[in-house]
Design a protein. Structure first.
Length: 373
């Protein structure tokens, strides 16, 4: 199998063998990360001969596109891995508020990329579609980085340059697609390093978010390795009993222990923690649970993100109504906890992170119907 063109070690070996000058190696990385190119033909700062030679040993990225669907707010991409698995990546466009809009075309403010870390997920939370798929394997570091390279190239082709003459590109990366990133720790860590590196993606650490169902050993490793990007904890329940019911992983990693490991993380990084709390009708949305959540987070550096549950036919759970969500939010805010309700961006088209599998099934059905026509 060919190596990817952004594999430092493979390129270093190649350069040594073929006696490629260091500045030419730098050009390769520049083409991929800064010029956002993933086609050899587009890498025009590299000579044609060298590109042809490189193409014999390397592929620019390690994923193939299976399908793309988009609307004004999101581009949903399904990638196929070399061994035939499908994974999802979502580009989310944050546009300027409409009051600033001229000619009815809101400008792009910033772009967030929601990436996958595993094929499926072994954690199997009751409410999650990805969990229902089971677990196939971890994504490699190349596959994680390839998602960002592809997205940047896609964005460049779609939007070109900003007013300041730099290219539109991914500004925020969230590990909220398929899989549990802290169960693929080493690859996640490597990918984050590449995201932060000045001569690679050069993202700010404040713009990278790891979302975890609460894998304590992973949180401890983050402290040891001082990975102080944003940490989102998928809490979803304020007590051990309910958490176990909806997240089987809570049996292994108990809520008390989880909170202790989070405290260590906060002590080491001084970072505020983002607690994700899913609003499932009559399960997680009761006022007494809001009060318990206040007690749990009392004195802790926290922000709560209330996520309206996304329904889907495979799971028999309902979505809380907005009034119940607002009441829950009021209780938290009265207690002094900053709380947001995740906006509905993309939800109408079921493009919220981790929710694309059903889209895929639907497309397949649509395609079959088309063939029948
Ligand atoms: N495994 C990690 C990251 C991927 S899931 C984690 O669980 O944190 C990304 C987010 O989507 C998590 O907060 C998850 O709880 C949430 N999610 C999963 N299924 C959902 C659903 N049906 N509706 C709304 N959010 C959901
Ligand atoms: Fe896995 Fe996260 Fe889904 Fe739970 S919510 S099954 S941890 S992807």
């Amino acid at each position: 199998m060919k190596s990817v063109l952004f594999d430092d070690q493979a390129i270093a070996n190649y350069a040594k063998e073929k006696k490629v000058q260091p500045f030419k190696v730098k050009q390769i990385f520049y083409e991929m990360y800064k010029n956002q190119n993933i086609d050899f033909d587009d890498m025009t700062t590299i000579s044609k001969e060298m590109r042809a030679e490189l193409a014999e040993s390397f592929v620019p990225i390690s994923l193939e596109v299976d399908k793309i669907k988009e609307d004004k707010q999101t581009t949903k991409i399904w990638f196929k891995t070399h061994d035939g698995h499908l994974i999802e990546t979502v580009i989310i466009y944050h546009r300027q508020p409409t009051k600033h809009v001229k000619n009815n075309t809101p400008k792009i403010n910033r772009i967030t990329l929601c990436i996958s870390s595993q094929v499926g997920c072994p954690v199997n939370c009751l409410f999650c579609v990805t969990g229902k798929l089971g677990f196939s394997r971890n994504l490699t570091r190349d596959e994680i980085i390839s998602q960002v390279l592809y997205a940047n190239n896609y964005i460049k082709k779609k939007f070109g340059k900003k007013d300041d003459n730099t290219l539109h590109a991914v500004r925020n990366v969230v590990f909220m697609g398929m899989g549990e990133p802290l169960l693929n720790y080493d690859n996640m860590r490597h990918a984050i390093q590449v995201m932060l590196q000045q001569d690679r993606f050069s993202l700010s650490k404040r713009h990278i978010t790891i979302s975890t169902a609460g894998i304590i050993p992973g949180i401890k490793k983050m402290v040891t390795d001082m990975i102080d990007v944003k940490l989102a904890i998928s809490l979803h329940a304020p007590n051990q009993d309910l958490r176990e019911k909806i997240m089987p992983i809570a049996r292994t990693y108990k809520l008390n222990d989880l909170m202790r490991s989070i405290d260590e993380y906060v002590k080491a990084t001084k970072n505020r923690i983002f607690y994700e709390y899913i609003m499932i009708k009559d399960v997680t949305d009761k006022p007494e649970l809001a009060k318990q959540l206040c007690q749990l987070l009392r004195g802790r550096l926290a922000h709560v993100n209330l996520i309206p549950y996304n329904t889907n036919p495979a799971i028999k759970l309902g979505e809380s109504d907005m009034e119940t969500i607002r009441e829950f939010q009021r209780i938290l805010e009265k207690f002094g906890i900053t709380t947001t309700v995740r906006d509905s961006m993309g939800r109408s088209v079921k493009s919220a992170c981790g929710q694309l599998w059903f889209e895929k099934v639907k497309w397949k059905n649509e395609e079959n119907e088309d063939e029948d026509d």
